[in-house]
Design a protein around this ligand. Structure first.
Ligand code: C2E
Ligand code: CA
Ligand code: CA
Length: 555
């Protein structure tokens, strides 16, 4: 029998009838035969995916047709196979009963070959086209809806239930690609199936979910249900999922006229907006997020041009020595002067550039501008003054950091001793090994290292002894908080004593009042940077301030 023939299972205890059916069908189909319901089930279990249709007699020994139908419908794999029940004429009750037990159609005995062939052919065709539709409606791997079907279902539901408040919830697995790379596609699939189970459980009976390809699952959920959700908890339940981070994004449907695809995009954007944030599991898409995302997009679109057109400008903020009140150095702080948006402060674009990697290019630009400035001062015959530049956390992992900085100083003939590197404290907290060695190399080349934002929360004294910076830069908030405390409760004094014992200079940042200056002087702080003396200013202005300062001064 050719494999191209479709298979039909005939369940009938009467041998004569079986023979007749075989005669009728075998021209076009491969016929499998069972003498009772039990046998029929056995055959099905062995050939479940290859049987296109069942012809079923109701009255059989061992297991009758009704019981067989019930068993068939319990099994999700088998329940979709169409069943034609063969009934005796005059037993109309049987026909109705068979249909309620899940039969698809019936044919009366005695058999009429043309009727049987016709019904069999059209049912098989119907089922195949339904299977085709199913293929597009369900995600093959996880069994949840496909993207298109999910969106269609959402549209229908919103029309059917206009009074109910709904939201779209999506989940995104952080570093799913990495997980796939490390553990293999098979484990990745297993992970996706577990996520599908979680989202199904989450929506319960009142909602539904779909997979949008990759690791994105979307759900439609009733609004009230959302309030009871503990997103952090879902993950805890699965050992496999504990090794990844799931982020949830929520879009509350207020206007059903918004295209469903767009609602889903917004839920995904909300989930993306918390990527990399420790301890934040979900975000709701709202106007503030929308504005922020639009702004970020505009900044991303504009940054390349901005760098080429020199819209980034290096400002300098002086650092004063408390010993003699004179300018002892400066910090280079970048500003973005955009032709339309005007003045942008780094707080707005630096974190974004750290995320999208542009920080390497911008920092390199700033470092080069500062080297050029130091060379100019040298040429003008000014006394040498150290300027510090910020080295972002992302720069530290950049493999050529040491070479890049060295090459820049060589190109401009600058002694690295005058290019201080401010490395933010949080950078030390991560990949310690790589950072220790990078910093070690930079120090060997003669670049002084300043540990920036000390006291802002990531600090450990342990790190200080490992990193061996040259200068400790106290975080602005830390300084302000410590000074606000009664002297005997403040640890400011202890920190400075300890720093001096380790031969570190100490700079206090963000100093705004004379009272703070006084306290810092009392506890032996070496340098002060803050609005109390000067704000960051364009290089030309700084130059004037610096070169015009009187010989000795006591601020
Ligand atoms: P930071 O390195 O901690 O820089 C100190 C910030 O404190 C600067 O803000 C400075 O203007 C501000 N500041 C100084 N004195 C006072 C004061 O008395 N009161 C107050 N309220 N603020 C004061 P800015 O220039 O807005 O820079 C913010 C952050 O952006 C910097 O923090 C730094 O982390 C980053 N940044 C700035 N320029 C660059 C750069 O070229 N590269 C990199 N990677 N980061 C930069
Ligand atoms: Ca800094
Ligand atoms: Ca700082």
């Amino acid at each position: 029998m050719s494999v191209l023939h479709k298979r039909i299972l005939v369940a009938e205890d009467n041998e004569l009838n079986r023979e007749m059916l075989r005669e009728i069908l075998s021209g076009e189909y491969e016929v499998l035969e069972a003498g009772d319901g039990q046998q029929a089930l056995e055959i099905l279990k062995q050939n479940s995916d290859s049987i296109s249709l069942i012809l079923l007699d109701l009255m059989m020994p061992v297991m009758d047709g009704f019981t067989f139908l019930d068993k068939l419908k319990e099994n999700p794999e088998l329940s979709l196979i169409p069943v034609i029940v063969m009934t005796q004429s005059g037993h109309e009750d049987d026909e109705v009963a068979a249909l309620t037990h899940g039969a698809t159609d019936f044919v009366p005995k005695p058999y009429r070959p043309q009727v049987i062939l016709h019904r069999v052919a059209s049912l098989i065709k119907l089922r195949e086209s339904a299977a085709m539709v199913n293929q597009f409606q369900y995600d093959r791997l996880t069994g949840v809806y496909s993207k298109e079907f999910f969106c269609q279902k959402v549209r229908e539901r919103l029309l059917e239930n206009p009074k109910q408040d709904y939201c779209i919830v999506c989940t995104d697995i952080e570093n799913f690609k990495l997980f796939n790379d490390i553990f293999g596609v098979r484990e990745g699939d297993r992970l996706l199936k577990e996520v599908a189970e979680i989202v199904k459980k989450m929506v319960g009976r009142t909602g539904f979910c779909g997979r949008f390809g990759g690791d994105h699952f979307l759900c439609l959920q009733e609004r009230e249900q959302l309030d009871r959700q503990n997103f952090g908890m879902y993950q805890e339940a699965s050992p496999l999922l504990k090794s990844v981070v799931m982020r949830w994004g929520i879009y509350e449907i207020t206007n059903p006229a918004v295209p469903v695809e767009q609602m889903c995009d917004r839920a995904l954007l909300a989930a993306n907006s918390i990527k990399g944030q420790y301890n934040t599991y979900f975000a709701v898409y709202d106007d503030a997020l929308r504005r922020k995302l639009l702004r970020e997009q505009a900044i991303t679109d504009a940054m390349g041009t901005a760098l080429m057109e020199e819209q980034f400008v290096v400002y300098l903020q002086p650092k004063y020595s408390l010993a003699d009140g004179r300018i002892a150095g400066a910090e280079a702080l970048v500003r973005w002067i955009h032709p339309e948006w005007g003045f942008l402060s780094p707080g707005e674009f630096i974190p974004l550039f750290e995320k999208n990697g542009f920080i390497h290019r911008l920092d390199q630009y700033v470092w080069e501008r500062v080297c050029a400035l130091l060379r100019d001062w040298q040429r003008k015959g000014y006394p040498l003054l150290p300027v510090s530049v910020n080295v972002s956390r992302a720069d530290v992992y950049y493999l050529r950091l040491v070479d890049t900085l060295w090459e820049l100083t060589q190109k401009y003939g600058v002694d690295p001793a005058y290019l201080h590197l401010e490395i933010t404290e949080s950078a030390y907290a991560e990949n310690t090994g790589a950072i220790i060695s990078t910093i070690q190399q930079l120090r060997e080349l003669g670049f002084p290292i300043e540990m920036d934002d000390f006291g802002s929360g990531y600090s450990s004294l342990n790190m200080l002894s490992q990193m061996k910076p040259d200068i400790l830069k106290l975080d602005m908030k830390f300084v302000q908080n410590e000074i606000a405390k009664p002297a005997e409760e403040s640890i400011l004094n202890d920190i400075i004593v300890m720093a001096h014992r380790m031969r570190l200079g100490v700079v206090a940042e963000g100093v705004e009042t004379q009272e703070q200056v006084q306290r810092l002087r009392e506890v032996g702080c070496d340098y002060v940077q803050g609005y109390v003396f000067a704000k960051p200013m364009p290089a030309a202005e700084f130059e004037k301030l610096w070169t015009n300062q009187p010989e000795k001064q006591n601020p």
